[in-house]
Design a binder for this molecule. Structure first.
Ligand code: GLA
Length: 397
């Protein structure tokens, strides 16, 4: 069964015996360039995709929290007033995390029943978790009339992931899920927490995802390690250059070189990736604004090289797909996308050859890893929104 807004609303009605009061949607995201620099005060270039998580919500007849997952066909129930604890099932934790954040910000939780489902691929690096957190918060904000502005939804969703789920992620995924706009990418300033919209490549070009179908179990801890290394590095750079350096944005190549003897080699290596990626994003903005797609594609390859060899968050499956893409003239650029250690390769290809690119990369991948990558053409879509609020005249049809 295809999961869409109607299916989630219908599953709510079937599970709880009444129609939902609110139905909210929040999308997954891609990221064109600017990887692993959102938590380093950098600029990143994500876009919201047209695959969403939907959360249907209504008041519960008791003071319990009930969550039905359409995808897992599981019901989670817990008393809402007790301290919320992480659960052995992973999926409820994203909702429990946002409820805990609401509690911490002084909101009194009431009994609530939720139903969630979506078509964002899980584990593919397109942020199904951020989509779930943002959809749950958007639904609860509407149901309980909390009056949270969009940026607060972003920040609460990120805090839920950091504090409850335990991944010390940056703000990019949740920001893109809330502020994304169809046919555009964001140029998100992760220091100021502001954004502008940039157009995506014209129809002659297509962005596509090649999903390795790999998710390494160490991804979460390795992510936290990378972030810790960057924090160690910037602290030393700030000490060495107190007047000039506040964040990685201000760090020049000369300062990086001067800091080398003061840093463990691995930490210095991570810092050098961050500084280079900051500069690549600036070059990418210029290329995008001038329509220099070949140049933009080259930057994607350079980012992959940095993520794989310098930041060391790639894996053999991702490297092989990017290497094959590099050999194909129809591919302008390709790189691993997201946190790493699995998930997708993002490729910018000539639209007319999109299907033939997949046909060209699949056999060697199959031969090396015993399975085919999954091909996902990317369409962008709107950011988080209310699909239905009964009583506000909205309707699903
Ligand atoms: C994950 C995190 C983001 C970001 C990317 C890497 O998706 O959730 O905050 O750090 O990895 O760019």
């Amino acid at each position: 069964m295809e999961i869409n807004a109607q299916a989630v609303a219908a599953a709510y009605s079937q599970q709880y015996g009444s129609a939902p009061v609110v139905l909210a949607a929040a999308p997954g995201r891609i990221n064109l360039i600017g990887e692993h620099i959102d938590y380093n005060h950098g600029w990143v270039m994500p876009a919201s995709i047209d695959q969403c998580i939907w959360v249907a919500a209504g008041p519960a007849p008791d003071d319990q929290l009930h969550i039905w997952s359409v995808g897992h066909q599981q019901l989670f129930s817990a008393p809402i007033s007790h301290p919320l604890q992480p659960h052995g099932w992973q999926w409820p934790n994203y909702v429990l995390g946002v409820l805990q954040q609401l509690q911490r910000h002084g909101h009194v939780l009431q009994g609530v029943q939720l139903c969630l489902g979506g078509n964002v691929p899980v584990g593919a690096g397109v942020s199904s978790s951020a989509a779930l957190e943002c959809a749950a918060l958007t639904a609860l904000n509407e149901l309980w009339q909390l009056g949270l502005p969009p940026l607060s939804i972003v920040q609460l969703a990120q805090a839920a992931e950091n504090q409850f789920v335990g991944v010390n992620c940056g703000i990019m995924d949740q920001y893109a899920s809330v502020f994304g706009k169809k046919d555009h990418c964001l140029l998100l300033d992760c220091d100021a927490l502001t954004h502008t919209y940039l157009p995506l490549p014209p129809p002659d070009y297509q962005l596509l995802l090649l999903d390795t179908q790999v998710k390494h179990s160490l991804a979460g801890s390795a992510y936290n390690d990378r972030r810790a290394a960057c924090e160690q590095g910037i602290a030393v750079l700030q000490q060495l250059f107190p007047a000039e350096v506040r964040t990685f944005r201000e760090v020049t190549q000369a300062q990086l070189a001067a800091a080398r003897p003061h840093l463990p080699p691995e930490v210095w290596q991570r810092c050098s990736y961050v500084v280079a990626e900051m500069q690549r994003v600036q070059a990418a903005v210029a290329a995008l604004q001038q329509g220099q797609w070949a140049q933009f594609g080259q930057l994607l390859y350079h980012t992959h090289q940095g993520l794989s060899q310098v930041y060391e968050v790639s894996c053999p499956e991702l490297d092989q797909l990017v290497a094959t893409c590099h050999s194909l003239p129809a591919v302008l650029g390709a790189r691993m996308m997201g946190g790493g250690f699995g998930g997708c390769v993002l490729a910018l290809v000539q639209a007319a050859y999109a299907a033939s690119v997949y046909a060209a990369v699949a056999p060697s991948y199959q031969a090396a890893f015993g399975r085919a990558p999954v091909y996902l053409p990317v369409q962008t879509g709107p950011g988080a929104h209310i699909v239905l609020h009964r009583g506000h005249g909205a309707s699903l049809h």
